[in-house]
Write a protein that binds this ligand. Structure first.
Ligand SMILES: NC(=O)c1ccc[n+]([C@@H]2O[C@H](COP(=O)([O-])OP(=O)(O)OC[C@H]3O[C@@H](n4cnc5c(N)ncnc54)[C@H](OP(=O)(O)O)[C@@H]3O)[C@@H](O)[C@H]2O)c1
Length: 267
């Protein structure tokens, strides 16, 4: 009964792998760059996942619409019983959303599927940290956009619950929207960074055009989707979802806790 953890280098995959090991499970960590993870990790080619799936009963899977059909065929051939997919709350935005597309394909397999649908990650603040250390500023558009960001460990804890319960135990064919414990503006998040770390940071509210010039994103469509999303969240508190508490039995971790868990990030 081996559990395959894909996306081995990812923050959530690492936390899931640690939790499963602590729980005494037999796991196989797979990555596109297994050498970065030590001798026990195996190679994972999303276009040809069959070798990594041999002898596997459950899978923690990162979302990828391109390779999803190959995954379904290989997982069915390997006799996989449960797939827990790291999707996104954005999947609720309609069938054209990349996560919605992946959910649709992965759910067509013969195994039980559970879709984990987190909103914004607290770890997005890691990208702000590079700016803050270099310039003393965090430059973002729509500073008054609201989100209820979630700690990566809470996502991992929720995933662990579903994997440890296994298929046939109330999680099959379900989606779990997951958020952090409170909705707040990005401006407030930045103020919390200063409050907790003591590092003075100037929050700079960019116009959409300034943001377009400064955001280093290769995919223009993705950039415009993000800008439209943030614009839609200005002055609109994000509803807090009960998923973390429901699955883990503990309240979702706060952003203050996240900052304490990542010391030295902001200097
Ligand atoms: N940031 C947010 O606010 C947010 C919100 C909701 C959902 N999400 C979703 O969460 C995921 C990122 O999670 P994270 O923070 O753990 O990521 P991360 O730490 O940035 O790592 C990205 C991981 O994605 C894996 N990966 C990339 N392409 C893959 C593929 N085709 N097949 C399998 N694995 C693949 C990589 O695995 P390797 O070890 O193989 O390189 C890597 O471990 C993305 O799917 C993103 O859309 C993010």
């Amino acid at each position: 009964m081996t559990i395959l953890v894909t996306g081995g280098r990812g923050a959530i995959a690492r936390a899931v792998a640690t939790g499963l090991t602590d729980a005494g499970q037999d796991i196989r960590i797979a990555s596109r760059e297994p050498a970065d993870l030590g001798p026990a990790a195996v190679a994972y080619d999303p276009a040809d996942p069959a070798p990594a799936l041999e002898g596997v009963s459950q899978v923690f899977l990162y979302s990828d619409p391109e390779s999803a059909p190959a995954f379904v065929a290989a997982a069915d051939a390997a006799g996989v019983k449960q797939v827990v997919l790291l999707s996104s709350m954005s999947a609720a935005g309609g069938p054209e959303d990349p996560h919605a597309k992946t959910e649709h394909v992965i759910s067509s397999g013969g195994y039980a599927t559970t879709r984990m649908q987190p909103g914004a990650f607290m770890s997005n603040a890691k990208f702000w940290a590079y700016q803050a250390r270099a310039t003393g500023q965090i430059r973002l558009p729509y500073l008054d956009a609201e989100e209820a960001p979630i700690h990566e460990q809470d996502i991992a804890d929720a995933v662990l619950r579903v994997l440890l319960d296994g298929p046939g135990n109330g999680h099959d064919d379900r989606g779990y929207p997951l958020t952090g414990p409170v909705s707040m503006t990005r401006r407030h998040q930045i103020a919390l960074v200063t409050e907790v770390t003591g590092v003075p940071i100037e929050a700079v509210d960019l116009t959409p055009d300034q943001a377009r010039a400064e955001m280093q994103m290769r995919d223009e469509g993705q950039r415009e989707t993000l800008l439209a999303y943030w614009a839609s969240r200005v002055g609109v508190p994000q509803p807090v979802e009960p998923g973390v508490e429901l699955l883990t039995g503990h309240t979702a971790r706060t952003f203050t806790t996240w900052l304490a868990d990542h010391p030295g990030l902001f200097g």
